[in-house]
Write a protein that binds this ligand. Structure first.
Ligand code: 0RQ
Length: 503
C-alpha cells in the first residue's frame, strides 16, 4: 500500500541524488530529527557526497544546518565528515560534529529548544532555504503524517522556500494519530495564551500542513532511527535515583504535591533512565509525563501502568524499545502524544502544569550554579537542549550527576562552575550518588554548606569546605557569595595541567 496518496506529491517522487541538486552552497537547511528519531535518512548522505564532489573540484560549498535536536551519524555525522556545515543549531550530540565545533570549524548556536522556532520566526537566523523532513505518510489531501519526532518540523515546513520530504516505510504506519500539531502561534504583540491546561490535552491537529507547491522532491526510504542502547542502571545511577525517590516521597508527605506527583520531565542519558527505572519499582502510580523525549525507561513506566500517559516531542529509544513499541503500538495510542518542541518545552505550559524537571549536569558549584554544556569552561559537550526550558519554569527541578567524572580525577562539585547554564536562582535540587541538596529557600551561605556536605565526593569535601571558609574570611564586606577570584577556577586549571583536580 503506497504511503504517498496525494496525486500532486506522488508526481514529485525522485531519488536523493536528484533531490540534493536543489540545495545550493550557503543554503540554510532545516532537518527534521530529535534525539536520533525522525531525522532524514538518505538526503544527508547524498548531500555529503555532492558537497565532497564540489570540494574536490575546488568549489566552496557549506550549508547552515538547523534541526530539532540531535540526529545521528548518518545525518550530522556524514555532513561533518564531509566538512559540509558552516553553522549548526540548536543542539548536537554527534561526536564528529562536536569535534568540528570545538575546533572552530563550525559555528554553533546553542539555543534553548523552546526558543529555536521563535528565533526563526523573529528572523534571528536568516532565511531558511530548504526543509528536509521525514514523515510516515502523505495523505490524499497532502497532509503529512509525522514520524517519530516532531521537533521543529512545523516551523521548517512553514518557512522554508523549498521542501524535500522523506517518506520512511520503516516507521509504523500506525503512527497516525500520535501527534498534536499546534497552529495557533502568533508573534508579539498578537500572542494569545496557549489553552493547554492538562498534559495530554489536544490543542492542534494530527498532521503537518504543507503547501504542495513548495515541495521539490519526495523520496521513499526504509531506514531505522538511531536507536542507541541504554546501559542498565549501575550502582551510582541507582543511588542517584534512590535519593530522588526518597525526596519525592518527602514532598508528597509534606503536602507539596499529590501522591501521583506533578507532570514529570526527564532528560536524556543513563542517569535519567535510572531515575525512571527507580520510579517503576516504586509505590508511585498514575503519573503523567510532560517531557521532550520518551526513552526506554518511560516505555517501561507506561507498560507497568506507573505512567498513565506521556506528552513529548520525540522518542529516543533503543532497538529493543522500538521493537516493544512497534509490537504493541495500538496500546500506546492515546497514551503518547508528540508535539512541536516549542509546545513540549513551552515556558508558559511548564510553569502552568507545575512540571518536575530532572536533567543531567556536568558540574555544579557551591552556590548552586549549574554547568550543563561545557567541559572545563571551553569545549561544548552537547548543548543546553531543553534543560533550561524546563528547569527555569518547573515547579521543582533536579540536576543529577555522579559526584566525580573522568574516573575520579574530576569533582563535579566545584568552587565555581567554569560555564553557567542554570544560575543559582533557577536551581532547586542537586543530586549525586552521595546525596541530595535541597537548596530551595536557602541563602548562598547555607547552600554552600549543604551542597558540600550532601553532594561532594568525600575526597573533595575538605578542600571545598576550606575554600568556602577562606572565601568567607577574605571578604568581611562581601559575604553574599564570596569567592577567591584567583583560585575559583584553579581546580579546572589544575585538571588541564595535571589531569587531576585534587592536589
Ligand atoms: O564524557 O564519555 O568522553 O568520558 O561528559 O557524561 O557521565 O556520560 O553523563 O550522558 O548523563 O550526560 C550534562 C552531558 C550529562 C547531558 C550531560 C563527561 C563525561 C562524559 C558525558 P566521556 P556522562 P550523561 C533533555 C535535556 C544538557 C542537555 C539537557 C546533557 C560526558 O545530560 O547534555 O539536559 N545535558 N537536555 O566524562 C569533565 C566534568 C564532567 C565531564 C561529565 N565535570 N568534567 N568531563 N563529563 N561531567 C534532552 C534534550 O534537550 C535533547
Amino acid at each position: 500500500m503506497s504511503r504517498i496518496t496525494c496525486p500532486i506529491l506522488r508526481t514529485k517522487v525522485t531519488t536523493a541524488e536528484e533531490a540534493v541538486l536543489t540545495i545550493g552552497p550557503a543554503d540554510n537547511v532545516g532537518f527534521s530529527g530529535f534525539t536520533g528519531a525522525g531525522y532524514p535518512k538518505v538526503v544527508p548522505r547524498a548531500l555529503a557526497d555532492r558537497i565532497t564532489e564540489a570540494h574536490r573540484r575546488g568549489d566552496e560549498f557549506k550549508i547552515g544546518l538547523w534541526t530539532g535536536a540531535s540526529t545521528a551519524p548518518d545525518a550530522d555525522g556524514v555532513l561533518a565528515e564531509a566538512r559540509a556545515v558552516s553553522t549548526r543549531l540548536p543542539y548536537n550530540s554527534d561526536p564528529t560534529m562536536r569535534r568540528l565545533i570545538n575546533a572552530g570549524e563550525v559555528d554553533y548556536v546553542d539555543a534553548h529548544l523552546s526558543h529555536s522556532a521563535q528565533h526563526m520566526w523573529f528572523g534571528f537566523y536568516g532565511n531558511l532555504d530548504v526543509a528536509v523532513v521525514e514523515v510516515t505518510a502523505i495523505l490524499p489531501d497532502g497532509k503529512l503524517v509525522p514520524s517519530t519526532s516532531v521537533g521543529n518540523n512545523k516551523t521548517w515546513l512553514d518557512h522554508a522556500d523549498r521542501v524535500i520530504l522523506e517518506v520512511n516505510h520503516w516507521q509504523p504506519r500506525e503512527l497516525e494519530g500520535f501527534h498534536d500539531i499546534y497552529y495557533g502561534a502568533a508573534l508579539p504583540p498578537h500572542r494569545r495564551p496557549i489553552e493547554l491546561t492538562e498534559p495530554m490535552q489536544r490543542i492542534g491537529e494530527p498532521y503537518l500542513r504543507i503547501d504542495p507547491a513548495k515541495v521539490v522532491a519526495v523520496i521513499e526510504t526504509d531506514h531505522p532511527d538511531r536507536n542507541a542502547p541504554f546501559a542498565p542502571p549501575d550502582e551510582t545511577s541507582a543511588a542517584i535515583a534512590a535519593h530522588v525517590l526518597e525526596f519525592l516521597r518527602h514532598e508528597v508527605a509534606a503536602g507539596r504535591m499529590p501522591p501521583s506527583l506533578l507532570p514529570i520531565q526527564s532528560g536524556v542519558g543513563n542517569v535519567a533512565n535510572a531515575v525512571l527505572a527507580g520510579l517503576d519499582g516504586s509505590e508511585f502510580t498514575d503519573l503523567v509525563a510532560f517531557t521532550e523525549v520518551i526513552q526506554d525507561g518511560m516505555l517501561d513506566l507506561l507498560d507497568s501502568g506507573t505512567l498513565r500517559a506521556a506528552s513529548s516531542t520525540s522518542f529516543g529509544l533503543s532497538d529493543e524499545g522500538v521493537q516493544r513499541f512497534m509490537s504493541d503500538i495500538d496500546a500506546y495510542k492515546g497514551r503518547i502524544l508528540l508535539r512541536s518542541e516549542e509546545i513540549s518545552n513551552h515556558p508558559e505550559l511548564v510553569r502552568r502544569l507545575g512540571v518536575i524537571a530532572m536533567n543531567g549536569m556536568i558540574e555544579a558549584d557551591i552556590y548552586g550554579n549549574v554547568n550543563s554544556t561545557h567541559i572545563m569552561g571551553s569545549a561544548i559537550m552537547n548543548g543546553i537542549g531543553g534543560s533550561g526550558d524546563f528547569a527555569r519554569n518547573a515547579f521543582l527541578n533536579f540536576f543529577l550527576s555522579p559526584s566525580t567524572a573522568k574516573r575520579g580525577a574530576v569533582s563535579t562539585i566545584v568552587p565555581m562552575v567554569s560555564h553557567v547554564d542554570h544560575t543559582e536562582h533557577d536551581v532547586n535540587i542537586i543530586v549525586t550518588e552521595q546525596g541530595l541538596a535541597d537548596l530551595r529557600g536557602l541563602s548562598p551561605h547555607d547552600r554552600a554548606q549543604r551542597v558540600i556536605a550532601n553532594c561532594a565526593h568525600p575526597r573533595f569535601r575538605d578542600a571545598l569546605l576550606d575554600y568556602t571558609e577562606r572565601a568567607w574570611a577574605a571578604h568581611p564586606h562581601a559575604r553574599h557569595t564570596p569567592h577567591l577570584l584567583g583560585e575559583a577556577l584553579s581546580w579546572h586549571e589544575r585538571y588541564l595541567e595535571t589531569g587531576q583536580m585534587g592536589t
